[in-house]
Design a protein around this ligand. Structure first.
Ligand SMILES: [Zn+2]
Length: 409
């Protein structure tokens, strides 16, 4: 096979054939490139409006399109892009299976760019492919829009809802996840009732009826909307948020109180003051022996911190029961210990939790595994870093959805 035949067969530029193919030598410092002029072969044009083949074109414009590199050398295509004279639709761009309507790269190159964007920051993909930042982002976005499946509520009965900050303090997204497949079904703009309402409208009456339980933060503003839209669904408060709240409102406040109490004992005060992350981290996440020993010494030396730390572990256990009676007894035991502790932040937290306890005990019936929330929160941070400087919330939503496509049911 000759070089030209090889290019023609592998190129697969339906409707066109390679004319002149030249390797542009670097003039000075610029890299080498393969330039391929594509000549029109077919004299029929498929209308992108109605899909029919038409014998005439309306006009044509010269285009420069990027394709995948050949043996590592970047490729540029030069061709005429036609607008079909369609008697039904009027002048319409010709539909080509290897090139999307407004794209400046071939479909296979777009696929390659999108695949790289799953693992690399936009900036690195741009450098690697010789494209600019905005082009890479646009390609990735268009690819996700085309390939992400439409919202499908078949078999969905249990949901997890959560809000995450896109830009600290002012831009938020609300996520709706299928608790069973761990697929991100929806990413709503903002937080609150309005953020989830379009989801309930999109799934219709049948979809709403199918939902039996929804896990969320105790203080999620969309709770009201869920109760209004799905009166048959039970609200479950998830472990992840309750434990985070406990860390903030109990452990950390007791730590500050203890540091103040130890004003006269400089060494002990320093130890307590510097222990914030040690106390708030999950025990499993503590790195290495040193941190575990430090935590042990800290807790042994400080009764108040020991109490709130152990009560955190026992609080987590409430989500492990399958029988509500046992869970309720464990809760009453927990509550009694909290009230007897003499620690004001702990007592306040326990009193507030009493009003919400049904939403915690509901977990016994629904066994909602919300550990995916931590994964999504971490992924969101990575996406923010990889798309450094982006201001596009739709892009963010698409990235989250494509990162959590879900498992088979
Ligand atoms: Zn047409």
């Amino acid at each position: 096979m000759s070089w030209e035949q090889c290019i023609r067969v592998l190129g697969g530029w339906t409707g066109y054939e390679p004319g002149t193919v030249e390797v542009r030598e670097a003039d000075g410092q610029g890299p080498r490139e393969v330039w391929i002029a594509l000549d029109r072969r077919s004299s029929r044009y498929r209308c992108s409006g109605c899909g029919k083949l038409r014998p005439r074109y309306h006009d044509a414009e010269e285009r420069e399109i990027r394709d995948l590199p050949i043996l590592g050398v970047p490729v540029r295509l030069f061709l005429w892009r036609f607008r079909v004279a369609c008697p039904t639709c009027g002048p319409r761009l010709e539909a080509l299976e290897w090139l999307e309507p407004r794209s400046r790269v071939t479909r296979r190159m777009a696929e390659d760019v999108a695949r790289l964007c799953r693992v690399l920051p936009i900036k690195h993909v741009a450098e690697r492919c010789g494209l600019d930042w905005h082009t890479v982002k646009a390609i990735d976005k268009a690819w996700m829009l085309r390939t992400l499946p439409p919202l499908d509520m078949t078999g969905v009965t249990r949901l997890i809802m959560d809000e995450i900050a896109i830009h600290k303090g002012h831009r938020y997204a609300t996520l709706i996840v299928d608790a069973d497949t761990r697929k991100v079904l929806w990413v709503g703009k903002g937080r609150g009732r309005e953020a989830v309402r379009p989801f309930f409208e999109a799934i219709g009456g049948e979809g709403r009826k199918g939902i039996r339980a929804v896990a969320m933060d105790m203080h999620a503003p969309f709770e009201v909307e869920v109760r209004a839209q799905c009166p048959g669904a039970e609200i479950v408060y998830d472990l992840f948020h309750v434990v985070m709240k406990y860390g903030r409102e109990v452990i950390d406040r007791v730590r500050v109180d203890e540091a103040n109490r130890l004003r006269k004992d400089k060494a002990a005060r320093k130890l307590v003051k510097g222990s914030k992350w040690l106390l708030l981290a999950n025990r499993e996440n503590l790195a290495g022996q040193t941190q575990r020993v430090r935590l042990k010494e800290l807790l042994e030396a400080n009764q108040a911190l020991m109490t709130v730390y152990l009560l955190r572990d026992d609080l987590k256990r409430l989500w492990g029961y399958t029988r509500e009676g046992w869970a309720r007894r464990a809760w009453e035991d927990w509550l009694a210990r909290a009230m007897e502790s003499g620690l004001t932040p702990l007592k306040t937290f326990a009193r507030n939790l009493t009003k919400r306890i049904d939403g915690i005990l509901a977990q016994c019936r629904w066994k909602l595994n919300t550990s995916i929330l931590e994964g999504i929160n971490n992924k969101a941070k990575v996406i923010k870093r990889m798309a450094y400087g982006f201001r596009d919330d739709d892009y963010f939503a698409l990235k989250i959805r494509s990162a959590f496509p879900g498992n088979a049911r």
